[in-house]
Design a protein around this ligand. Structure first.
Ligand SMILES: Cc1ncc(COP(=O)(O)O)c(C=O)c1O
Length: 500
């Protein structure tokens, strides 16, 4: 007899959707309000709180097997995550080069997460938004309309993308045969180039030794004479120089390499000119940097971030490539299952993976599109100028105070300085490190650090739209106060103990 069993009897179907949408709506509103409250009152919060042991241990639990109420999970977030953020949303955060984000773009992130689109393929509006944002990025950088680009996660990935294209432009066989048969291929970058350039060179088979380190001058800009000498020597020895990486805003001091000279050298030597403009490329918006950034639009490729100086929430990096065909030739690979159709969902614009390695991609274009629409590029330009003016103000405070020392010229938004009471016996490196640690641990302000010519420096990288001039008054006063305090403590330790 034929079984009467119905498959429906076996399956108790489930979904991740909430059982109670009204309750979710209420909790969602609470979450949104809590985040808006945080951002509205951020100035009243410490810049940073060290996560206590209790919190670190909280994140060493076993994999959850059974469900928990979302309200309870959110309570854990409020207790163990929310108070221990990095601090880059705070007005006195200037560590590394980290963007501040914005309350409005946070909402855009929520909308994008709601749609949860994969912006890699398909006849869907998000693909057109993605293309629109790339077009706007080209306009910002004065790149030609025919050039190509991709939104990626960061400047590190954007630099990697561009260096892969640069490498493949040398020879049509590289995609097929790798670089095994090539002579030694070389990249030139200044000693101030970001570490991601070296990592990219390692990943693409050029190796650390394939990155020639070009000297810098007193302003930390690439020494062009040294660049030419290195290229000439390498060519004489039968190697294959193929790319120069120019910095627009070095990570240590914000210096800008001489783009015009680098451009002409690249033309003469037939080299790919790549610009790492992680934060500095956005200076292209300011007429006062017109001369220095005049040749930016002639670079073969450029990498920059929108999550730094444009305050787009993490992550948002951009790569632009002058010659779209070369870019496409490097990455395009379309098996049947991801080929564009003439109709249906798959009939959309060219796959974004034709211009990069990633296939699945989130809708990061939405937060950029919404931010640019809401504020207009001119507002971003004004904020960038504001940060530069503030940085020059900080430099002035430092130069006016005999207890402080400016450690590098301030060409853009990065200020390197140290506490230096000019007393011979002091270990200034140790002293300044201690000042920085106390400053960060007190939650008052968060510069970071670097070493310039072996000297430990406090380093302020100002890409913060919430910073006000008065924040730098606070910083300078605190550095001096803590510096004097540390010296007093050291001297007290050295005084002989009275045993009488
Ligand atoms: C000059 C420069 N290049 C590259 C990077 C890497 O950027 P990301 O952290 O977005 O990968 C940075 C980061 O600060 C940078 O300053």
């Amino acid at each position: 007899m034929k079984s009467e069993t119905n498959h429906r009897d076996f399956v108790k179907e489930e979904t991740l959707d909430p059982g109670d949408w009204t309750a979710l709506r209420k909790l969602g509103n609470t979450m949104l309000n809590d985040m808006i409250d945080l951002l509205q009152t951020i100035r009243e919060q410490p810049v940073w709180r060290k996560p206590p042991e209790r919190v670190k241990n909280h994140f060493k639990k076993e994999l959850p097997q059974l469900p928990m109420q979302l309200e309870e999970v959110y309570d854990e977030f409020k207790e163990n995550i929310l108070p221990y953020y990095l601090g880059n949303i705070h007005p006195r955060y200037w560590s590394w080069v980290m963007g501040t984000g914005s309350a409005q773009a946070m909402l855009a992130e929520m909308l994008a997460a709601g749609l949860n689109c994969n912006v890699g393929i398909g006849d869907q509006a998000p693909m057109y938004v993605d293309q629109q944002v790339i077009e706007w990025c080209k306009q910002i950088m004065h790149f030609p309309r025919e050039s190509s680009g991709a939104l990626v996660s960061s400047a590190s990935i954007a630099n990697l993308n561009a260096l892969i294209v640069a490498r493949n432009s040398v020879n049509d066989t590289i995609r097929r045969s790798g670089i095994n048969e090539q002579k030694k291929m070389l990249i030139y970058a200044s000693t101030e180039a970001h570490s991601c350039i070296q990592k990219a060179a390692e990943i693409i088979g050029i190796g650390t030794e394939g990155v020639r380190k070009v000297n810098v001058n007193d302003k930390y800009e690439m020494d062009i004479v040294h660049l030419q000498e290195l290229i000439a020597k390498d060519k004489r020895e039968g190697n294959v120089p193929f790319c120069v990486v120019a910095n627009v805003g070095t990570v240590n001091t914000g210096a800008i390499d001489p783009l015009d000279k680098i451009f002409w050298i690249c033309c003469k030597e037939n080299l790919w000119m790549h610009v790492d403009g992680a934060f500095g490329a956005l200076l292209k918006q300011l007429p006062e940097y017109k001369k220095q950034l005049g040749y930016l639009e002639f670079a073969d490729s450029i990498a920059f971030d929108l999550h730094k100086w444009m305050s787009i929430p993490y992550e948002a990096g951009v790569v632009l490539v002058q010659d779209a065909d070369v870019h496409r030739k490097t990455f395009a690979l379309q098996p049947d299952y991801i080929s564009n159709n003439e109709r249906g969902i798959g009939a959309g614009p060219e796959l974004t993976s034709n211009f990069g390695f990633e296939l699945s991609r989130n809708f990061k274009a939405l937060k950029v599109w919404m931010s640019l629409k809401e504020h207009g590029i001119e507002k971003f330009a004004r904020l960038i100028r504001q940060n530069i003016t503030q940085s020059k103000y900080l430099a002035m405070l430092i130069e006016q105070d005999s207890l402080l020392e400016l450690m590098a010229p301030v060409s853009t938004n990065i200020v390197c300085f140290r506490f230096n009471p000019r007393k011979n016996h002091l270990d200034l490196n140790m002293l300044n490190k201690e000042i920085l640690m106390r400053l960060q641990e007190s939650g008052i302000a968060a510069p970071s650090y670097t070493r310039l010519k072996g000297n430990y420096c406090l380093r302020v990288a100002n890409v913060n739209h919430r910073t006000e001039l008065k924040d730098f008054d606070v910083l300078v006063n605190e550095v001096i106060k803590i510096g004097n305090q540390v010296i007093m403590e050291e001297e007290a330790k050295r005084e002989p103990v009275n045993t009488a």
